[in-house]
Design a protein around this ligand. Structure first.
Ligand SMILES: [Zn+2]
Ligand SMILES: [Zn+2]
Length: 359
């Protein structure tokens, strides 16, 4: 496919229907202010109907496409691990939660797809927070994993009251990349030739986050929507027609035609990772035959450190550049990473989905 359009969205958030603080309409306004093109609301164990559509700001100048998915997990399990982000399914799935494989099969049977949420979520015992990782890995039928979950990364800073307060006051101090174990997990799955795709999500709740008995802090939706987002690439533009655009967004996410971008240090808009073979082109998430060789191209929106990774191994690393091409002569899952310095620290900025080069 030739990608001509890019749209930024967030795929993990909660409303008052579960444990979030805002309504769908309020979330839509926050997303518009943050400049997002789409959001998918994923309340815990409830699929909310009748709220999908385009929402506009008061001046009617800007709009956001709001869709609903669901974050499904077994509430009777202790701790409540195995959270699954489900997209593209109409109807309730919470009843399938106790059996992760049954849930995944049902998602696929109903024409939807699923990403494993916060696969390596840490515990924060000082604050009474359980670890909520995915633990049932002998399953199949998931499209991918949530590579970068802002709340999971924030929990890594909850090692003392002081660092928690500092992190909560300035989220950008903490947020600097996917958890290393999640990156390693992804590469391991890719080495096993599983075509695992990734998304990044806010996991926005909008409410207060308890830090001990005294301090309570708030991460507004808008703040989180300016943080880690998923950018899709498409061959057709969003038209304004709800049904058409819903299918366009969902099919890009199902195919992994997307990258994860940390939009706070600088907008990640304009990033590209494409491959050219003999008379064919591929974008992130797609498969390409190697033939006589494939040319991979990375384009960063500004000068940065670019990395190309094949089956988990760094095969190219260059600093202070915006463009790089690479002739691939081996099959494998190729993915790109971009790093940026921000507030005195090196940050993960962009993580592309793989392009799968095959025999
Ligand atoms: Zn969750
Ligand atoms: Zn969540």
């Amino acid at each position: 496919m030739k990608a001509a359009y890019e749209y930024a969205g967030n795929l993990h958030m909660h409303t008052t229907y579960s444990d979030g603080a805002a309504t769908h309409a309020e979330i839509a306004q926050a997303a518009i202010r943050a400049g997002l093109d789409f959001v998918i609301v994923t309340d815990h164990n409830v699929h909310v109907t009748g709220v999908e559509g385009y929402y506009y700001d008061t001046m009617h100048d800007h709009r956001v496409l709001l869709l609903t998915g669901e974050e499904v997990h077994d509430t009777r399990r202790s701790p409540q691990v195995n959270h699954l982000l489900v997209y593209g399914v109409e109807g309730e799935l919470a009843g399938y939660a106790p059996n992760p494989q049954g849930l995944l099969s049902e998602v696929n049977d109903r024409g939807g797809f699923a990403y494993i949420a916060h696969p390596n979520d840490p515990a924060a015992p000082l604050f009474g927070e359980d670890a909520l990782p995915w633990v049932t890995w002998d399953v199949e039928g998931y499209t991918g994993i949530e590579l970068w979950n802002v709340m999971s990364e924030f929990k890594t800073a909850l090692t003392s009251r002081r660092s928690a307060v500092r992190g909560a006051m300035e989220l950008s101090r903490v947020i600097s990349g996917p958890l290393p174990e999640t990156l390693a997990l992804w590469d391991r799955l890719l080495r096993e030739q599983k075509k695992v795709k990734v998304i990044g999500g806010a996991d926005a709740h909008g409410g207060s986050y308890s830090i001990g008995p005294i301090t309570r802090t708030v991460f507004p939706y808008e703040t989180l929507f300016r943080c880690v987002n998923t950018h899709i690439v498409t061959s057709m533009p969003l038209s304004g027609d709800f049904e058409h655009d819903k299918q366009l967004v969902l099919s890009a996410l199902r195919a992994g035609n997307a990258f994860v971008g940390y939009d706070l240090p600088a907008s990640t808009k304009g990033f590209q990772f494409v491959a050219q073979g003999h008379k064919t082109e591929a974008v992130m998430g797609e498969v390409l035959r190697i033939g006589h060789g494939v040319t991979l191209q990375i384009v960063a929106p500004q000068f940065a450190e670019l990395r190309l990774i094949r089956n988990g191994e760094i095969i190219l690393r260059e600093v202070d550049i915006t463009h790089r091409t690479y002739i691939a002569s081996q099959v494998g899952a190729y993915r790109a990473e971009v790093y940026l310095r921000f507030q005195g620290k090196r940050r993960g900025w962009i993580f592309s989905n793989p392009i799968f080069v095959i025999e």
